[in-house]
Design a protein around this ligand. Structure first.
Ligand SMILES: [Mg+2]
Length: 283
């Protein structure tokens, strides 16, 4: 198997420069790579922010989240979990309350948010939020609300039902061993397996957040390669935290999927295009 470089559409050249690189396995992030969860993820955060803001007897007169705010968090690298983002955003907004309690006057716009979180280190976002913005809203309560919104409760369907597969092949049909390194809890990866029709994907091949191995740490990549004897993975991710995990790991190659990491090469709109261009797979 020869790594072909990024000659085709979507590849912009330059950053890879590794014609002849031979990957020995494929490691996939899930959300934004294998599954389009943009609707469910952002909707969960929006509903959680608005729900908690209202439950605190404050005034919900603006959306609690937006695609533009999401892009700011995803380019930072330290903010991955929906509950951490909702909780952080709630406490950031509360810290800006001029006394009216109106969400529209408290929630930062994208430029303000980028400036606020710029000093936060990518590997310590939760601690940074606790040190700088903890207060009115508790993480446990926000996390519980996010979980109910995402998974569904009281007979209501969960936000996850809006998710769609971004890749239509079965993992067994790929030409190299396949692994998953995701920020999802194992229970939510189970939902994802159903969306992908990958129900038979082995548990031991997936590193989920319950393991404690969290991006942007490289531990998940190290664990997979050590346990299964690989040295040169192709790792597919869509956000800054994925790229940082790869850079800290320092082996294999990182392939960006989607628009968040638009300046990274190689970058492809979807996994199928990436596999076709990079390893000549036409499954
Ligand atoms: Mg992702």
């Amino acid at each position: 198997m020869t790594f072909q470089g990024n000659r085709g559409k979507g590849g912009t050249g330059g950053g890879l420069g590794v014609a002849g690189f031979a990957p020995d396995c494929l490691i996939f992030d899930v959300d934004g790579v294998l599954i389009d969860s943009s609707a469910s993820y952002q909707e969960t955060i929006r509903m959680a922010v608005e729900g908690e803001w209202g439950a605190a007897s404050l005034i919900v007169d603006a959306p609690g989240y937006s695609p533009a705010l999401n892009t700011v968090f995803k380019r930072h690298g330290g903010f991955n979990d929906d509950d951490h983002i909702a909780w952080g955003l709630l406490n950031i907004a509360a810290s800006r309350d001029p006394g009216t309690g109106r969400l529209s006057e408290c929630i930062p716009d994208p430029g303000e948010l980028a400036a606020i979180i710029r000093p936060c280190g990518a590997g310590s976002a939760r601690r940074w939020l606790e040190e700088n913005f903890a207060g009115r809203f508790s993480l446990g309560r926000v996390a519980d609300r996010c979980m109910k919104i995402y998974r569904g409760s009281d007979g209501q369907p969960g936000a996850y039902a809006a998710e769609k597969p971004m890749f239509d092949a079965h993992w067994r049909d790929l030409p190299l061993p396949v692994y998953v390194f995701t920020g999802r809890e194992s229970r939510d990866w189970e939902l994802g397996k159903g969306i992908l029709s990958w129900d038979d994907f082995p548990d031991e091949r997936a590193v989920t957040s319950d393991s404690g191995m969290l991006k942007p740490s490289p531990e998940g990549l190290e664990f997979i390669c050590r346990r299964f004897g690989h040295a040169s993975p192709l790792f597919f991710g869509d956000t800054a935290s994925d790229k940082m995990s790869y850079e800290a790991f320092g082996r294999g190659r990182f392939v960006a999927i989607g628009s968040v990491l638009g300046s990274w090469a190689p970058n492809f709109p979807c996994v199928r295009d990436a596999l076709s261009n990079l390893i000549g797979w036409r499954g």
